[in-house]
Write a protein that binds this ligand. Structure first.
Ligand code: MG
Length: 243
């Protein structure tokens, strides 16, 4: 798929005004970050609210949270609110202080934003920012400023503020509004073939699929304009005049 990149992007290159980036698993690997954040949160609970950890061991607490989130999928566009609501329920069940909700979320959130960027991410964003308006679009609660990328973006959009998550059109529309462009001038970059790529293409934006697979199998009929294994490859296709 990647060998056809130059061919596919060529007719679109001139119309790109804004590039938006998914965060988790596009700019850093998400799973180890969440895993570490959950462990940090649990240790904090053990020290500060043992009534909870006496009743829930680590795995039981994780299962409880996942179960709560699955049961409340309709609120999945606001993971912060979901996590706080879950924690409130747990606190009530265990007779823990209500303060655990805000404080506990903060402990998780601080750790959740301690990410290890994929190689070259920062340099690539700064390079592209010289030519395009750059934004982030996330369905999660990572924060571009907390992860140290605030200066690389002109704006950010979260599903919580949009009131809807990718692949819904409304979240891409909010990004285009913030960028001051129309959707057909926006290239969205992300790892999720449905939420990022099909979501963007369906609302008239362009899309770049980031996949580390050696021989990626694209699961849809309609194709993204680019397929890359890493965001650091983007300047090769988007800034061809300089290369
Ligand atoms: Mg992602």
């Amino acid at each position: 798929m990647r060998q056809h990149n130059s061919h596919r992007i060529a007719p679109y290159r001139e119309q790109i005004r804004c590039i938006t980036f998914d965060l988790d698993d596009t700019l850093w690997e998400c799973k180890p970050v969440i895993h570490r954040a959950e462990e940090t949160f649990y240790r904090w609970l053990q020290q500060n609210h043992p009534q909870i950890t006496d009743r829930f061991d680590y795995n039981t607490l994780i299962k409880s949270r996942i179960g709560y989130m699955r049961a409340n999928q309709h609120q999945a566009f606001d993971l912060t609110r979901l996590r706080k609501n879950w924690l409130r329920q747990i606190a009530e069940k265990c007779g823990a202080d209500e303060a655990v909700v805000e404080e506990g979320f903060h402990v998780f959130w601080e750790a959740r934003n301690q990410v290890e960027l994929f190689a070259g991410v920062r340099e690539t964003l700064l390079k592209l920012k010289q030519h395009f308006t750059l934004g982030s679009i996330t369905n999660g609660n990572a924060d571009i400023h907390k992860v140290g990328l605030g200066d690389c973006f002109d704006f950010s959009v979260t599903s919580a503020e949009a009131g809807a998550a990718k692949p819904e059109q409304v979240i891409f529309e909010l990004a285009a509004d913030k960028a001051g462009t129309s959707l057909h001038q926006l290239l969205h970059v992300g790892d999720d073939s449905d939420r990022d790529v099909i979501g963007a293409l369906r609302c008239g934006a362009m899309a770049a699929w980031v996949t580390p697979e050696e021989a990626p199998q694209w699961p849809h009929a309609v194709m993204p304009q680019l397929v890359v294994s890493h965001v650091a490859e983007l300047p090769d296709y988007l800034l061809v005049a300089e290369n």
